[in-house]
Design a protein around this ligand. Sequence first.
Ligand code: SF4
Ligand code: SF4
Length: 114
Amino acid sequence: MTWVITALCQDCLDISCVGVCPVNCIYRYTGTDPKFPNRLFIDPQECIDCGACEPECPWEAIFKDDAVPAIFANDIALDAAIVGAPREVPERPADQKAPTPDEVKANKKKWGYT
Ligand code: SF4
Ligand code: SF4
């Protein structure tokens, strides 16, 4: 089992999740392939299924693979595509601000997840 980052992370990139992952398997894509959006990705081969990242994500973007909402189903394969791709473990900027509840709600609405 693995956990999956969905489109709710896209362009949000709070990066809180990275700090709690015990195996450093949450990555930013560093290549040039446009199929990788501006979000983070969990390597399903390295994820140990601890679940620590999910409550850390202020955007509520992370789901267990068997509980990914249907509207984000394609994100399972997109996360898996990070295996072998150019990547890095990003650092959270010290001045990063957490989103407000209204921003989280608006982001979900933007992606059709309400
Ligand atoms: S905490 Fe959530 S929104 Fe932030 S980078 Fe991680 S998955 Fe993306
Ligand atoms: S479930 Fe655990 S091991 Fe997997 S990405 Fe989240 S924090 Fe890392």
